[in-house]
Ligand binder design. Structure first.
Ligand SMILES: *Cc1c(COP(=O)(O)O)cnc(C)c1O
Length: 387
């Protein structure tokens, strides 16, 4: 039995979060993912999914899943190293590596697990990890799991990173960075990071959760040099623009073999259902031929930025990606604005501390090729009316 004192501590903790406008709750979705969805019984236009290309409910992907289901059933039944590694998983890895221009790839069940797996397999207790302060939470947790020293540098401050690298006495060094930052929408300078990785003999792990499918004809944010470098490990999550689930890591074949052998979040978990991998193979094809989707998405970004350029009461961060944060400052202001938009049928989440630094609470507007021009205009007009 849990003592009432222990439960009481949790209740007090929840009450404190509520008082600080930090309480989290879930909305229930009663439709497929898309631009027009049904949430908590209300029809809304969604500006909060990461389904940037509108693939999550695309009929072509759904049909591929139906076909695969008849062929492979549902559950994977075992971990990849036992009997869970299906032909679909295997073929997807080959296709993914080829598409992003790396020699080998490995499919994980989620991006969170992939980051835990890569980081904890590459470095150990006496190693040092250098991380951008705005990296995704999974990279912070990954550093903790690895037991290595975690040294964080100010967002995109490569001068600070260099001085930290120069001071380090660790034999194994790993630089980790979001490639597109998930709450700000800006991009890491890939070649400059690679320069430092080369100069200080470090690995470079790039998490492209938000760039894969969108940047460089869908191939993601790697530069030609990063593609060719053996020290670069590339991660794409597959539940965002790819519209399905999972994450793929692409790297030198020796790195991939090392992960298969030692990445505990890979080894000790049941393989994801093979039907997902089959759907991902189709998703890769759709991304490859998706230039019309990417053009529509880019036009929405331009439209939104132009439409909000003269609006008071907040500011858009400088982002050219589908993540367009409207920064208002205080948690309560962001929550109030988000609620007012919802009352008008527009779903835009308020992102608060501790997810983002104090004083930079924001609406995280995400755009998708699934939006129509009218959807985006609707959001622009509503924000003007509420300003
Ligand atoms: C979403 C995200 C992840 C986690 O990926 P999941 O597949 O959702 O677990 C990792 N890194 C970044 C930058 C992300 O945005």
């Amino acid at each position: 039995m849990v003592s009432s004192a222990a439960l009481n501590r949790l209740e007090l903790g929840l009450a404190a979060r509520r008082a600080d406008q930090l309480e989290r709750r879930r909305s229930v979705l009663d439709s497929a993912q898309g631009a027009h969805i049904r949430v908590d019984g209300q029809a809304v236009i969604s500006f909060c999914s990461n389904d940037y290309l509108g693939l999550a409910a695309d009929p072509v992907l759904v049909a591929a899943a139906h076909r695969a289901l008849d062929d492979c059933g549902l559950g994977a039944g075992a971990a990849h190293l036992i009997t869970g590694h299906h032909r679909y998983h295997h073929d997807f890895e080959t296709a993914f590596a080829h598409f992003v221009g790396k020699p080998a790839a490995l499919l994980f069940s989620t991006g969170y697990l992939a980051n835990l797996g890569v980081v904890s397999a590459l470095v150990k207790r006496h190693s040092e990890i250098f991380a951008d302060r705005l990296n995704h939470a999974s990279l912070v947790d990954a550093a903790q799991l690895s037991g290595a020293t975690l040294t964080r540098y100010r967002h995109l401050d490569l001068a600070q990173l260099e001085s930290q690298l120069a001071k380090s006495r660790a034999s194994d060094k790993l630089i980790v960075s979001d490639l597109v930052f998930s709450m700000d929408g800006d991009c890491a300078p890939v070649d400059a990071l690679l320069d430092l990785a080369e100069r200080y003999d470090a690995w470079l792990h790039l998490d492209d959760a938000h760039g894969f499918g969108v940047l460089n004809d869908g191939r993601g944010g790697l530069t030609p040099r990063a593609r060719a470098s053996d020290r670069v490990i590339y991660l794409a999550t597959l539940g965002k623009a790819a519209g399905v689930a999972g994450a793929a890591v692409a790297a030198h074949p020796v790195v991939i073999d090392w992960l298969v052998n030692t990445a505990r979040p890979y080894v000790y978990t049941t393989a994801s259902p093979p039907v997902l991998a089959a759907s991902l193979i189709e998703s890769l094809r759709q991304i490859e031929v998706g230039s019309a989707r990417r053009a529509r998405l880019a036009a929405h970004v331009t439209r939104l930025r132009a439409g909000l350029s003269d609006l008071q009461g907040g500011h858009l961060l400088p982002s050219s990606t589908p993540i367009q944060p409207w920064v208002v400052g205080e948690n309560a202001d962001a929550v109030r604005l988000s609620r007012a938009l919802l009352a008008r049928g527009l779903l835009v989440p308020a992102i608060r501390t501790p997810t983002v630094p104090a004083g930079t609470a924001r609406l995280r507007i995400t755009l998708s090729a699934a939006h129509s021009d009218a959807d985006v205009m609707h959001l622009i007009e509503a924000l003007h009316e509420l300003a």
